[in-house]
Design a protein around this ligand. Structure first.
Ligand code: ATP
Ligand code: MG
Length: 331
């Protein structure tokens, strides 16, 4: 596998090396191509991402990404938006699974669900008219966009509990009727058990009874909000991985940002990045390796090897090192 590795800025420079140590411990045949992107590069060269960088990303099988800082400078071109657009990554996948020894908001930890968020249209279409007295944003739902995300979610559901929840607000926004109809049809065609819920009552149900869900498919804005909210269920930003998937490209990154407040101290939690690596391995078909990475994370946390955000006293590199060491004993 040819892997583009982007550390980026801030704690990206700490969590990615820890995750790469874990990758190396697996002994897979991986060619790593380092790509410098982000604010640091912008300060140094005047551009955060170049056309050549995009070509390099496209030449790789997939991208493993840390985090980039986005300054409030109008001349700064957002790295993530550029990549998402260039690589046409339509599906944003966020699995929410509690980890041992980490408390979320519930006593029960027998839940494990995945939010599949449409990543290219909906209320983030970017079609806007801004005025002094009236400003509008156009909510775009297409049959093609809905079908590809619903098909993805159904395929995922089939590999799990075969349970899909379609989240929408079609009673108020008629554009969601198309999303709902297409999603239902996709579930029927693929034989996936499905139900639908209105987003408002769904938000209540998800946070109070997360154990009732398996795969959730929804439109862009709802997915954005629901997945950040779900972070509360597992106890922190340092634990949430994500994948961005397109027809041709795939991109894996922790949900958290560059956290400038703690950067440079070797205290960022690398688990979100290492779980993103696990998703990358699954996507690539290295299922046994993905399973051992997950097991190794559980072992380290159970041993109390964790960073200060989880109440531990270990460094980023110590956590990565412990996980990599455990894997080496198993390979
Ligand atoms: P950015 O603009 O790059 O998103 P941010 O200031 O919003 O940066 P985030 O990375 O989104 O920072 O994180 C928000 C808060 O959560 C930070 O203050 C940080 O301390 C904490 N945090 C985020 N990720 C981690 C992590 N991996 N380990 C420990 N704490 C983290
Ligand atoms: Mg942030």
């Amino acid at each position: 596998m040819k892997l583009a590795v982007v550390e980026g800025d801030g704690i990206g420079k700490e969590v990615i090396p820890a995750a790469i140590e874990v990758l190396d411990s697996l002994g897979l045949d991986v060619e790593k191509i380092p790509v410098e992107l982000g604010y640091g590069k912008w300060e140094r060269t005047g551009s955060a991402i170049t056309d050549e960088d995009i070509d390099t990303l496209k030449e790789c099988d997939c991208v493993f990404f840390g985090a980039v800082t986005t300054p409030p400078d109008p001349n700064y071109k957002s790295v993530l938006l550029t990549i998402r657009k260039e690589l046409d990554m339509y599906a944003n996948i966020r699995p929410i699974r509690p980890l041992p020894s980490v408390k979320g908001i519930h006593e029960r930890n027998d839940f494990n669900f995945i939010i599949v968020r449409e990543n290219t249209e909906g209320l983030y279409s970017g079609i806007e008219e801004i005025g002094t007295d009236i400003s509008t944003t156009k909510r775009v739902v297409t049959r093609k966009g809905s079908k590809r995300i619903a098909d993805y979610a159904c395929k995922l559901a089939k590999s799990r509990m075969n349970k899909l929840t379609i989240v929408h607000k079609s009673n108020v926004m008629k554009s969601d009727k198309l999303f709902l109809d297409v999603s239902r049809q996709s579930a029927i065609d693929t034989g996936v058990l499905h139900r639908d819920e209105l987003v408002d009552s769904f938000a209540y149900n998800l946070i109070t009874s997360p154990w009732n869900y398996d795969v959730i498919v929804t439109t862009n804005l709802f997915g954005d909000i629901l997945s950040d909210m779900s972070g509360a269920l597992v106890g922190g930003l340092g634990l949430l991985p994500s994948a961005n998937i397109g027809e041709k490209y795939a991109f894996f990154e922790p949900v958290h940002g560059s956290a400038p407040d703690i950067a440079g101290n070797n205290r960022a939690n690398p688990v979100a990045a290492i779980l993103s690596l696990k998703m990358l391995l699954e996507w690539h078909g290295d299922l046994a390796e993905a399973a051992i990475v997950e097991e190794a994370i559980d072992v380290a946390l159970n041993m109390g090897i964790c960073t200060p955000d989880l109440g531990g006293k270990h460094t980023t590199s110590e956590v990565g090192n412990t996980i990599a060491k455990y894997i080496r004993t198993k390979m």
